[in-house]
Design a protein around this ligand. Structure first.
Ligand code: TYM
Length: 347
């Protein structure tokens, strides 16, 4: 689908990424995204992070729970190390630039491109006549999220790769159609040992907040006991850990636990195998449980402390939205101008 990149990358580095507040945050969200968002912020890069509530409603959300989950996700971001003074942190629906640009991108993206999105096919399943139009257009809104800020780099887990390729295609087509060099061609940043954390019950499917089994995932709200129990009960095979990373081939559950250990410890999987090669799961699982509790418990504790003051969370999101809007508004105004829209309303 990708055409050759025809626009020179003359855009300053700016990071954008988002997480849906459509359920609690999981260990997959933390290792695949949130932990890396914090690293990028701490490297001193300009970072904009968004709780994408407009994406969440592509499948029905109970309003009371959506509000609660959005605050909880914001608390999770801050507890994990996002500093609202250094990063812009806000919820999507407070900045109208996202939906304005999404409509324009709906008119740029092609039906064929959207129909090839594997996540849509997975989510819609056999029920594609009955899912929302929003679910089909979801990746176009995602491209708008990124391009509303002319972001150049997007840290995500592996499952978002195809959506980012679509974002590139939309930006290139817009630039070509209107003969401008306006939008950057975004770089996906998919790195580290845990770009695809798998279910604890089945190493061949992704760990997900929508999995019906709570045992399949670790939630950032789980207490120490629950985390340890879930890891002890995680599915494994009967063999000890291999002596090399290659030995993890064909052993999805073992590979998953090694990757989780590596990502939590900030090591490579090879280093984990160096330390635990030949060990039985009876030895490895308790070590992993201790590590997970040591890394996650402070976040969980801080999250529940922050959740005691929802007004303060709302204030932080509101302030972030004002700052986000200040970046996005001039970009959207230029887009309208490029499109030939009359903008004569006096304020
Ligand atoms: P969402 O909410 O499903 O997931 C948020 C982020 O967490 C990553 N992730 C995982 N990484 C590793 N292993 C897992 N098991 C796992 N589960 C989730 C996802 O890859 C993602 O980075 N469409 C996006 C949200 C979005 C967005 C954006 C992202 C909307 N607009 C603009 C980047 C830029 C989504 O549904 O993520």
């Amino acid at each position: 689908m990708s055409e050759p990149v025809q626009t020179p990358q003359t855009f300053p580095t700016r990071i954008f990424s988002g997480i849906q507040p459509s359920g609690g945050l999981t260990l997959g969200n933390y290792l695949g995204a949130l932990k890396r968002f914090v690293e990028k912020q701490d490297e001193g890069i300009e970072t904009i992070y968004c709780l994408v509530d407009m994406h969440a409603i592509t499948v029905f959300q109970d309003p009371v729970r959506l509000r609660q989950q959005t605050r909880e996700a914001a608390a999770g971001f801050i507890a994990a190390g996002i500093d609202p003074a250094r990063s812009i942190l806000f919820n999507q629906s407070q900045v109208s630039a996202h939906v304005e640009l999404a409509w324009i991108f709906n008119c740029v993206a092609r039906m064929g491109w959207m129909s090839r999105m594997t996540q849509f096919k997975d989510k819609a399943g056999k029920n594609s006549e009955n899912v929302s139009l929003g679910l089909f257009a979801y990746p176009s809104l995602m491209a708008a999220d990124i391009m509303a800020y002319k972001a150049t780099h997007v840290p995500v887990g592996e499952d978002q790769k195809q959506h980012l390729e679509l974002c590139r295609d939309i930006a290139i087509k817009f630039n070509n159609d209107y003969k401008v060099d306006f939008f950057p061609v975004v770089e996906p940043v998919i790195e580290g040992a845990a770009t695809r954390v798998m279910s604890l019950r089945d190493g061949t499917v992704k760990m997900s907040k929508s999995d019906p089994s709570d045992q399949s995932r670790i939630n950032l709200t789980d207490d120490a006991d629950t985390i340890a129990k879930k890891i002890r009960r995680a599915k494994t095979d009967p063999e000890p850990l291999p002596d090399s990373v290659e030995g993890l081939k064909g052993r999805p559950e073992a590979r998953n636990l090694v990757n989780i250990y590596a990502a939590l410890a900030g090591h490579t999987p090879a280093q984990v195998i160096r330390d635990f090669g030949g060990a039985q799961f009876g030895t490895f699982k308790p070590a992993l449980a201790d590590l997970a509790v040591a890394k996650l418990e402070p976040i969980t504790t801080e999250m529940s402390r922050l959740m005691q003051d929802p007004a303060e969370i709302d204030r932080i999101l509101g302030e972030g939205a004002v700052r986000a809007d200040a970046v996005a508004r001039p970009i959207i105004d230029q887009v309208y101008d490029i499109l030939g829209m009359i903008r004569s309303r006096q304020v």
